[in-house]
Structure formats: structure tokens, C-alpha cells
Design a protein around this ligand. Structure first.
Ligand SMILES: [Mg+2]
Length: 182
């Protein structure tokens, strides 16, 4: 269970991409002599992020690796903040977002899996590890998902945060109301 006091403070949910929104796999190969790259994203994760849209918690994706596949999926889900910093400078990148939005580190939840995430995990109010995270990440996490990155871990995070805030039922109701009105 996520602590309800910590969850209630959250105004920004930041997700690492590889290993959190994906199973850490990258499919690389040539098509007509051009380099192409594919990633596999989880549809239940996508629906979970859709539930947050328009609510009090903004979503950001923060990756240390540029990938057109990531850009396409972020566009599809209308993720408002997408940072792909190939230099791996996640702390300054997130510090800039926080300053821009007038937030405090305490109001940020971050989901990570590997050493590139350690700096931000140590600073945010609600650091979360996925089940497949390395030991160093699990050691600083306040909560660890049961599901693996790329296999519903993000959906589990969204559900746990909304339930801890007492907002899950209302979010499901809103989602259904929009889609089931005849
Ligand atoms: Mg990662």
C-alpha cells in the first residue's frame, strides 16, 4: 500500500521509460538500409495514464535515451511532458520541470528501474521501484510494484496512487461516463 499522506501530496507523476513503460527490450534492425527501432508498450499502462488526464496529477516521461518509438507512444497518450536527454542528466532535467511548474520535490512521484534513476529517486517525495528494478533502486523506493515494467507496472502505480488518495472510483466513473453515454 502507498501511504495516503504521501500520495495526497503528489501533483506530478514522472516515469522512466525503458524498463518501466517497457520490458527493457529494444528491437533494432535495418529496413531498406535504414535503422529502425521498435519498443513494446503495455495497453493497460496506457489506460491507467488516460485516467489521470485532466486530473490534479500531471504526467511526465523522463528518459536518458532518445527513441522515436517513445515519442510516438507519448504523443498517442497525450503525455504533456516528454524529456529524452541522451546525456542521462535526469536530476537537472526534473529540477527544471519542477521549477517551471512551481512544484516542490515532495510533490513528485517517480517510477524507476536502474541506476540512472537513483538521483531523482533520492530527491522526490514518493520514489517507486518496478518489480524488475535493480537492488539499489529498490533500496531507496518507498514502494515496489508487483508487476514488471512493460507488463502493467505503471497501471499498478496509477491505481495504487489514486486508491491511496481515495480517487480511484471517481476516476473509473469519469472514464466510463465519457465512453458509455449513448
Ligand atoms: Mg530504465
Amino acid at each position: 500500500m502507498i501511504d495516503s499522506a504521501a500520495a495526497s501530496r503528489i501533483r506530478l507523476l514522472v516515469l522512466d521509460v525503458d524498463g518501466v513503460l517497457t520490458d527493457n527490450g529494444v528491437y533494432l534492425g535495418p529496413i531498406d538500409g535504414k535503422r529502425v527501432e521498435f519498443k513494446r508498450f503495455d495497453i493497460q499502462d496506457g489506460l491507467g495514464l488516460t485516467l489521470l488526464r485532466g486530473g490534479p496529477i500531471a504526467v511526465a516521461w523522463l528518459s536518458a535515451r532518445f527513441s522515436e518509438a517513445t515519442t510516438l507512444r507519448a504523443e498517442e497518450l497525450r503525455i504533456p511532458i516528454l524529456i529524452q536527454d541522451s546525456g542521462g542528466r535526469k536530476v537537472p532535467a526534473l529540477a527544471a520541470i519542477i521549477a517551471e511548474r512551481g512544484l516542490d520535490w515532495d510533490e513528485v512521484a517517480f517510477v524507476g528501474d536502474d541506476l540512472a534513476d537513483l538521483g531523482v529517486m533520492e530527491r522526490v517525495g514518493l520514489p517507486i521501484a518496478v518489480a524488475n528494478a535493480v537492488d539499489e533502486i529498490k533500496a531507496v523506493a518507498r514502494w515496489t510494484t508487483r508487476r514488471q515494467g512493460g507488463h502493467g507496472a505503471v497501471r499498478e502505480v496509477v491505481e495504487a496512487i489514486l486508491k491511496a488518495r481515495g480517487e480511484w472510483d471517481a476516476a473509473v466513473h469519469r472514464y466510463r461516463a465519457v465512453r458509455e453515454t449513448v
